[in-house]
Design a protein around this ligand. Structure first.
Ligand code: GLU
Length: 280
């Protein structure tokens, strides 16, 4: 299969230096392999995505000197595909309705403590029916227990990392989806969660190499499980380092002065940006 990689921003803010590094890294890899470069707009979270950010993303990437295949896939236009996948998982008994609120899940947790991975089970049918009757909101969660039974364990789940995880992880990696608990696949306010849309789209778009920041390394463990359950191929993963500012911290949406638009206004050129990032 021809090398294909992607840049998959969420239009929830302006792109900053960190995004530029990620997009350029993927784009350069596609070029070097004479492969495809795909741009995907991950706007399933309608509460945070804005069309003006999407327009700005396209403009900023073009300014950086990138070009990509068209039409650009916009996740919000394919929600039915994602729901079909959830239905398929439901039909195999792999997902369940979870009515717990975030508040309930956080009981007993101090604000600085990380949330412990949640695992649960379906409610008794009569209790579930009563809650549905009352119109209570719920999330669809993937059951690790059911997944483990369906696959006969997670030992056979692995992926190839040809970049590096945050702790230098490289080579054949044993996937550990259990570290994330029973992940939410869909809920009321955000109809489909990120992982499911990503694995389906990576397959549909023929992505052979997932190139992205190593802050998403843990996501590969969960995505590997979803690929197994949905019978999808596993791409090669190439996580890259995160760009940090002079203060040693990674760039984030809060660094307004580091958005590509601000840098452009300040007279920075794509060439200087590339040089600063060590991307020649
Ligand atoms: N949409 C995700 C983000 O903006 C990236 C998803 C991915 O590269 O897998 O953080």
């Amino acid at each position: 299969m021809r090398f294909a990689t992607r840049f998959a921003p969420s239009p929830t803010g302006f792109l900053h230096r960190g995004h530029a590094f990620s997009a350029l890294t993927a784009f350069d890899a596609a070029r070097a392999a004479d492969g495809r470069f795909v741009l995907r707009i991950e706007d399933i979270d309608a509460t945070r995505s804005r069309p003006e950010y999407e327009a700005a993303i396209l403009e900023d990437l073009a300014w950086l000197g990138l070009d990509w295949e068209t039409p650009v896939r916009r996740q919000s236009e394919h929600l039915a595909d994602y729901h079909h996948a959830i239905d398929a998982l439901r039909a195999k008994g792999l997902v369940y309705r979870c009515f717990r609120t975030r508040k309930e899940l956080d009981i007993g947790r101090a604000p600085h403590e990380p949330a412990t991975p949640f695992t649960g089970a379906p409610l008794r049918p009569d209790e579930e029916a009563a809650r549905l009757e009352r119109g209570e909101a719920f999330a669809w969660r993937l059951s690790l227990d059911a997944a483990r039974r369906a696959l006969g364990g997670f030992e056979a789940l692995s992926f190839v990392e040809d970049g590096a995880g945050p702790h230098g992880e490289n080579g054949l990696i044993q996937a550990r989806p259990e570290l994330a608990g029973d992940i939410v696949l869909a809920r009321k306010d955000v109809g489909v969660a990120y992982h499911l849309a990503v694995v389906l789209d990576d397959t549909l778009q023929g992505i052979t190499h997932v190139i992205r920041g190593h802050d998403l390394f843990e996501a590969a463990h969960i995505q590997r499980l979803l690929q197994a359950l949905l019978d999808l191929p596993t791409p090669t993963y190439r996580h890259h380092r995160l760009l940090t500012g002079p203060d040693g911290k990674r760039y984030a949406k809060r660094d307004k002065a580091q958005t590509l638009r601000e840098l452009r206004v300040a007279g920075v050129t794509p060439r200087t940006l590339r040089a600063e990032m060590g991307l020649g």
